[in-house]
Design a protein around this ligand. Structure first.
Ligand code: AFP
Length: 346
């Protein structure tokens, strides 16, 4: 759906937008709407920490004692607890899982279990925090599969194709929330004075032609032949295409966000650097699947180099996957190079 403001001065808060989207589903109970609003609230709380300039508390990787004598949490731990605590008692969620925790996070037994499953990467790119580089929260919402009672691991291990909603919050020069419920992708910018996310990017479509490619070329020597040749192609070195401009932040949400708005491809391929991580670095459940859903809803595509990310059924919570995401033609080109030069799965 597109909300095109008839009145150019109409202000659409995220709450209003979610409610207007919900009206299209007469059977909707409003639970998803409220869950998304709870996530937006978590985003505001996390942003209030990430954007407080110059605070010593966000500079340390280890826990420190602040001037009040309190132990300061690492920011990623703070983000993790914030999202969990804002959602553990609402009766909307059956189970949660986070990139920060090895096992699923159950809902305390004193609270009712809801019908949704919330999976999140609380602060992706957190190694960048010390350098004032944007970081982000990525979230995914599924319907539970188990019929009742506490949610289980099985509820968390669903293919991206089952996603009900996904989005991210980027803590950058401004804080933005971008989400989809399968009806297009919509972006909101946090007005820090009003304390509200306001609709700033309705109905985002990945533009053509693409402008950027984003990959850590520093690891090129560890990539497969297909990925190397694809990278050469993007730089125009094979004489087949005009070169794209390279932009790599090293913070997935920031790299993805730029390519979503400007057009481009992000990839973190399989590599042979670390035998323990033959599938690259990124996580299927917390990172690749939600971004794949957003990309698809914006007219793009995401692949592991061979198949649609949304079709992969996870077998474990923290499994890794190669990821190619962005303009459809570029991602398909990557698959073509991998098929041609690597043959079997990399
Ligand atoms: P950190 O959370 O450790 O900073 O990792 C960030 C990340 O998972 C993702 O946000 C980046 O796209 C990717 O890793 C960058 O990895 P490289 O440093 O290996 O390029």
């Amino acid at each position: 759906m597109t909300i095109r403001p008839e009145d150019p001065y109409r202000i659409v808060t995220i709450e209003r937008h979610i409610l207007e989207m919900q009206k299209q589903f007469p059977d909707a109970t409003g639970v998803l709407t409220q869950l998304l609003y709870d996530i937006a609230l978590a985003g505001k709380v996390i942003a209030s920490r990430t954007t407080r300039a110059g605070l010593a508390e966000i500079l340390g990787r280890t826990e420190k004692v602040n001037v009040q004598g309190e132990v300061v949490q690492k920011l990623d731990r703070f983000a993790d607890l914030t999202i969990y605590r804002l959602n553990d008692h609402t009766g909307r969620v059956a189970i949660m899982a986070s990139e920060e925790n090895e096992n699923p996070l159950p809902i305390p037994s004193k609270y009712p279990a809801g019908k949704y499953v919330l999976l999140f990467d609380p602060l992706d790119g957190s190694s960048n925090i010390d350098y004032n580089i944007p970081v982000g929260t990525i979230f995914s919402i599924y319907r539970r599969i188990t019929p009742a009672g506490p949610g289980t691991l099985e509820d968390c291990l669903q293919p991206g194709r089952n996603l009900v909603a996904a989005g991210y919050i980027i803590y950058g020069s401004s804080t933005m929330l971008v989400y989809t419920t399968g009806q297009g992708v919509h972006g909101f910018t946090l007005d820090p004075y009003v304390g509200e996310f306001l609709l700033s990017h309705p109905d985002i479509r990945i533009p053509e032609p693409p402008v950027y490619f984003s990959a850590n070329l520093g690891y090129r020597m560890h990539w497969s032949e297909g990925v190397k040749r694809f990278s050469d192609h993007l730089q125009g070195l094979d004489g087949q295409a005009q070169p794209l401009s390279l932009r790599y932040v090293g913070s997935l949400v920031a790299d993805f966000h730029r390519n979503l708005l400007a057009g481009g491809i992000f990839y973190y391929p399989a590599d042979y650097r670390d035998p323990k991580k033959p599938k690259g670095k990124l996580r299927l459940v917390y990172e690749a699947a939600p971004l794949a859903f957003i990309a698809e809803q914006a007219g793009g595509y995401a692949s592991d180099g061979e198949r649609n990310i949304l079709d992969i059924v996870p077998t474990s919570l923290h499994q890794r996957t190669p990821l190619f995401v962005g303009n459809r033609n570029l991602v398909e080109k990557a698959e073509e190079f991998i098929r041609l030069f690597d043959g079997v799965r990399v």
